[in-house]
Design a protein around this ligand. Sequence first.
Ligand code: HEC
Ligand code: HEC
Ligand code: HEC
Length: 409
Amino acid sequence: MIRRKRTQAAPPDGPEETFEPYEEFRRIPLPVYWIAIALAIWGAVTLWDNAQAVGVGRQERAEQIEETPAAALNSGAQIFEARCSTCHQPNAVGVRSAIPPLAGSRFVAADPAVVVQILLHGIDGPIDVGGRTFDAHMPSFASVLSDAELARVATHVRQTWGGDRQEITAAFVRVQRARFAGRGAWRGGEELARVVDPALGPQPSAGPAVISAFADPAVLRLVNQGRGEAWACSSCHGAAGQGGANIPRLAGLPEGYIVKQLQDYVTGRRRNESMQTVAGALTDAERRGLARYYSGLRAPSTAKPELGGDVSRGEQLALYGDWSRNLPACFSCHGPSGFGVAPGFPSLAAQHPAYTASQLAAWVGGGRNNSDVQLMNEVARNLSDADRRAVADYLATLPPVPAVTQERR
Ligand code: HEC
Ligand code: HEC
Ligand code: HEC
């Protein structure tokens, strides 16, 4: 916490200014740094305690739902509590202007294929629920939950809030899974109404997939055409900055963080042949312009778990850390939901697992040596190989940073 305040106090507008605050950190004595970490952990634990308190109420509700003890271990109500209630709230009323309610929603009462398709692919675009428009991200649950679990949670949601007694079966989910296999998130209510169930009625339509709050024409030329050795960023990072495999997603990373990485490639604190060439060919002003562009870019996630990691272990590490391994929670530094804390802590949500794991390995191996006071070297060293894959796969299941929460200068 102490560190964050210091970073934010310095305006990261020029290369020298950006570099200086980081230089200062190295002079922070180690004990002070550990106190800062302890405070961060204390914050996380307090949050967790509160979540537990709320959880007790939820638990009582879940217990009222008649189930045999064996089935109750993994009932639709319990899956809802574990996977849905943090966003949609325990009573499914949603969060004003951010998360739509399920109670009384047309999507929940519509053809059963609608809820199942939303769970399988997620939604990422404008949607009208009860006369109000929402435009946020819901992640896909296709790789997190089995067909049987998806069937149970969908049945629970429709029976509790959609007024339909019909049971959705695992076989029905399997058919729905095959129907649009390989597609990305639904692009809002309009596409769902057109493709899945016309009875959803008129729905707002999605605009262009790529939106950046900052679209300077000179910056766009660098992104799409490049110049000399500053090869077009989009040729590797994708048209929407979504990355893929070993190439990082840039969309939504904090502006200050991107500027610092480009400088670190130039000074050799971070090593990668392509990026050292590209970053070296850019002027300071261009690096800042590109950082601004990518930090304001909003693009759906294309990441998915691919390393065979244990996703629930990954979630545990991200949210609570592991005392026995001397690991603080990733989110105590990288922000709740892994959305990052500008300017110094990058977002991890929706990053590609192969890339995330490669960076954790690079800190151990010395290919990346640009973390101030060795914050990440320490974290990476304490992670086992299985834990690296677990946390990298978990992070890929998260929705991407909503661009509006990014710093605006
Ligand atoms: C990370 C937050 C998050 C989680 C977790 C989440 N949702 Fe959603 N959900 C959303 C958002 C945001 C939308 C609206 C998306 C948009 O604006 O395009 C949505 C939309 C929906 C909709 C359609 C709109 C409506 O209100 O009826 C349904 C149905 C739904 N979610 C069900 C679920 C179920 C069931 C789960 C658990 C398996 C779940 N969601 C988990 C955030 C979440
Ligand atoms: C030839 C392919 C290629 C091109 C072209 C390219 N990049 Fe990269 N970029 C990469 C790879 C690969 C990495 C990961 C390198 C590593 O492991 O450090 C990367 C990493 C980065 C990072 C660090 C991201 C993070 O999460 O830490 C930034 C920032 C970045 N690139 C910006 C750009 C910009 C801006 C451009 C255009 C001017 C560009 N890149 C062009 C391949 C490329
Ligand atoms: C004490 C604070 C702290 C904790 C705890 C922490 N990180 Fe970091 N992390 C950082 C900082 C600072 C950076 C940026 C370093 C730089 O400037 O390059 C970073 C960068 C990263 C990056 C590079 C992102 C990119 O886009 O290249 C990854 C991956 C990462 N952290 C993963 C994790 C994981 C996984 C955990 C939990 C096991 C974790 N971090 C816990 C401080 C922390």
